[in-house]
Design a protein around this ligand. Structure first.
Ligand SMILES: *Cc1c(COP(=O)(O)O)cnc(C)c1O
Length: 429
């Protein structure tokens, strides 16, 4: 009889995270590609195939790299971009322009010009000045721009104010009440280079219940009726936005997309029927839900400092690669890769995982539940796939981490770690 010693190591996408840290260094963003694919498949099955005349976009601001846009393209989905930079990322990866929509509340001439020249499929209009600019650029390029009007439906959301976007007084879009929207719709209907397709709304981010989406939709249907009656404007397309939440650790079941899309589609179909409205093509625009849970960040522990009432675990990254605690108190959970199943460390006091940046707010997890951790250990923070790489900075002149895609035991480098040469490029003496 031979007995095998089984070493249980912490893996992500079936790749051992200690070896990843050894090979590629830390901090390191690691994505499990199968999670992204399964989210896209869920969109396909539970939304696109289930309901007629629907479409889905990935909000690329959540994580915009060429390879990610390639995955989205392979699933036949569309892409939401907010800047010329996000647009170029997609185009460089061969993403079809007609499946791209251009968003943003302060689109520049360059954003619009670049989008028109490459033949972007949808423009989500935020204000009248941008609409006039789009009409002019479209005219100059003999291009007809398909537009949706972004409306703030004035609903409250159960999320942090900084990621709540659908409230009255928001900087985004046209207020649902008042004349601003009418003026823009009238302008659009009278312009040969603008094709008015419909309405867009987005209530906020990191939501777990469809309450505010539904409340918004109810108001939007009234708006559709009003626009039809008063301006003869037919809403042929309706975009519900994104905002579907991501769980804090992989032990919790992820939020099913149909918890949102089923009630939204049911309401849309029945209300359109009841009000004798054309049921518009319905679209979603999800970022976090598609990509957040797929990603973890690996760090090396530099030191552990015990003070009265608090134990600091300081790591070799921080708000430079994940500013979300500092921005809006985002919550995370961590695991010690070298001791994944150990008992919780310091159960009586607080354990705070902090970064190496020169700010007291440079916190990754304020009250962490993690096993015994010592300098040199590798720790992983879950659910960092969205809005971490995209928001990363070179604060304190730290280098931006590399990005790895792990898939069935294979690790593929998708973004190289920045070098000091990259860092100083463009600086002149
Ligand atoms: C940010 C944003 C999204 C995506 O939000 P998630 O919470 O990542 O799904 C979709 N639409 C608009 C207009 C956005 O601003």
């Amino acid at each position: 009889m031979c007995r095998r010693l089984i070493i249980i190591s912490f893996t992500w996408g079936d790749v051992d995270c200690n070896s990843l840290a050894d090979k590629f260094g830390t901090p390191l963003y690691v994505y499990d590609e199968s999670v992204i694919n399964s989210r896209c498949n869920e969109i396909e099955q539970d939304f696109l195939q289930k309901w007629d005349n629907t479409f889905a976009y990935y909000a690329s601001k959540a994580f915009s790299i060429k390879y990610m846009t390639r995955i989205i393209k392979n699933h036949g989905m569309g892409l939401d971009v907010v800047s010329e930079g996000e647009l170029l990322t997609a185009l460089h990866a061969g993403f079809p322009a007609e499946k791209i929509e251009l968003h943003g509340n302060a689109k520049s001439f360059y954003d619009i010009n670049s989008a028109v020249k490459s033949g972007v499929g949808r423009f989500i209009i935020d204000n009248i000045q941008e609409l006039e600019l789009l009409a002019k650029v479209s005219h100059d390029n003999n291009f007809v721009a398909n537009v949706l009007f972004r409306v703030t439906p004035d609903v409250k959301t159960d999320t942090h104010a900084h990621i709540s976007t659908g409230v009255k007084g928001s900087k985004f879009g046209f207020p649902i009440e008042g004349d601003m929207l009418n003026e823009a719709v009238k302008f659009a209907l009278n312009d040969d280079y603008i094709n008015s397709q419909g309405i867009h709304f987005h209530v906020g981010s990191q939501l777990f219940e469809p309450v505010s989406h539904l409340e918004a939709l109810r108001k939007i249907i009234k708006l559709m009726l009003k626009l039809k009656r008063n301006l003869n404007f037919i809403t042929r397309e309706l975009n519900f936005g994104g905002g579907f939440g991501a769980r804090i650790n992989p032990k919790i079941e992820h939020v099913a997309l149909k918890n949102f899309t089923d009630p939204l589609m049911q309401m849309l179909e029945s209300e359109c029927k009841a009000n004798d409205l054309l049921r518009p093509r319905a679209a979603i625009e999800s970022g976090r839900w598609i990509v957040s849970e797929a990603g973890i960040t690996l760090y090396t522990v530099e030191n552990v400092k015990r003070l009265p009432g608090i134990l600091y675990i300081a790591v070799n990254g921080g708000m430079s690669d994940n500013p979300r605690y500092a921005l809006y108190g985002a919550e995370y959970e961590a695991v010690n890769v070298n001791n994944p199943d150990g008992e919780i460390y310091n159960p009586e006091g607080r354990v705070s995982i902090v970064g190496k940046c020169c700010e007291s707010g440079d916190i990754l997890i304020d009250d962490a539940k993690i096993s015994y951790t010592k300098p040199g250990d590798i720790i992983a923070i879950y659910n960092t796939g969205a809005y971490n790489f995209s928001m990363a900075s070179n604060y304190n002149k730290l280098l931006r981490p590399a990005v790895i895609f792990a898939n069935n035991g294979e690790a593929n480098l998708k973004v190289e770690r920045q070098t000091y040469e990259d860092l100083l490029k463009g600086e002149l003496l």
